[in-house]
Design a protein around this ligand. Structure first.
Ligand SMILES: [Zn+2]
Length: 262
C-alpha cells in the first residue's frame, strides 16, 4: 500500500472510530508508563491504539470472552513499544490470540535418539515468527502491577526482534545505531546477569532473562518500560541502546527522536 494512501486511510479510521475517553482514562491511569508520557505522546498512543484495534484481530481462544476494555488494555501495552516507531513495525502479522489462562500448546520435536517427543509446557505468552502473538489473560491481568514484569511488552518485544528473522536478541537497528556497540553492550550485560544469578545474587531483573539473548532482550524491554530507573541503574548502556532502539527515554523524557547516547 502506498504510504500517502495508507496515511489518508488511517486518518479516516481515526476520525470514524473515536476512543471512549472514560475507558481510556480508566485503563491508562493504571499503567505507570502512560503517566510518564507528555500530553502529545499520550495523544499519539491513543491514536496508535485505535489503529491497532482496527488493523489487528484480537481473538479469544475457546469459550473465553474478550470485551472492548480487555482489548484496549492489550492494545495500550502493545503500542507503548512502537510509540515512536509506528504501526508499520507490526506489519508482518495480524492476530493476537488470548487464552483465559496459561496454555499448553502440543509441541512435538525429534529428540537426540531420533524419537518423536511431545513437550507439555504451560505458557503465559508466545510470539510466532510472522504469526500470531498468544497471551494468557490471567497473566495479562497481573501485568498491570507495575513491578517490571509485563507479558504483553515481553511478547511484542519478541515480535520486533523477529522482524529480521528468528528471535535472537538482535533486532534490525535504525540508521545511526551501531551494531558492534549493541552486540558488545548486550553480550556484556547478559553474561554479567548470568554470572550474578549463578552466584545467587538477588537481582531486580527476572532471571528468565538468562535463558537466551532473545529472552534477555524481551525481559530488559519489560523493565525499560515498567521500571526504567532500575534498568538505568543496573545496566545503563543497555538502557541507552534501548532508548535509541525504541526512540524513547522514559527516565529523561527527551523529546521524541531527540535521544542521543551519553
Ligand atoms: Zn520470551
Amino acid at each position: 500500500m502506498r504510504r500517502a494512501y495508507r496515511t489518508w486511510r488511517r486518518r479516516r479510521i481515526l476520525d470514524k472510530h473515536p476512543l471512549d475517553a472514560g475507558l481510556w482514562q480508566r485503563l491508562s491511569s493504571r499503567l505507570g508508563f502512560v503517566s510518564r508520557l507528555t500530553d502529545q505522546e499520550q495523544t499519539r498512543l491513543r491514536e496508535l491504539c485505535v489503529l491497532f484495534l482496527y488493523e489487528k484481530q484480537i481473538n479469544p481462544a475457546g469459550d473465553f470472552i474478550l470485551d472492548e476494555e480487555m482489548k484496549l488494555g492489550i492494545a495500550i501495552q502493545a503500542c507503548i513499544l512502537i510509540l515512536n516507531l509506528g504501526l508499520d513495525s507490526y506489519d508482518d502479522w495480524v492476530e493476537v490470540i488470548v487464552y483465559r489462562d496459561e496454555f499448553m500448546p502440543r509441541e512435538e520435536y525429534i529428540n537426540e535418539h531420533g524419537l518423536m517427543q511431545t513437550d507439555h509446557h504451560a505458557y503465559a505468552g508466545q510470539a510466532w515468527l510472522r504469526g500470531p502473538v498468544i497471551l494468557s489473560w490471567s497473566n495479562v491481568e497481573t501485568a498491570w502491577r507495575h513491578d517490571g514484569a509485563n507479558v504483553v511488552i515481553h511478547e511484542f518485544a519478541h515480535k520486533l526482534d523477529m522482524r529480521n528473522g528468528g528471535a535472537d536478541g538482535y533486532p534490525s537497528l535504525h540508521a545511526g545505531m551501531n551494531r558492534t556497540q549493541w552486540t558488545l553492550t548486550f553480550t556484556r550485560a547478559y553474561e554479567d546477569l548470568r554470572w550474578r544469578v549463578r552466584r545467587g545474587e538477588p537481582m531486580e531483573l527476572d532471571d528468565y532473562a538468562c535463558e537466551s539473548p532473545a529472552e534477555f532482550f524481551a525481559v530488559v524491554s519489560e523493565v525499560f518500560f515498567e521500571c526504567p530507573e532500575v534498568l538505568l541503574e543496573h545496566y545503563p548502556e543497555v538502557y541507552r541502546q534501548l532508548a535509541m532502539f525504541y526512540r524513547q527515554d522514559p527516565v529523561g523524557r527527551e523529546a521524541a527522536g531527540q535521544w542521543k547516547p551519553a
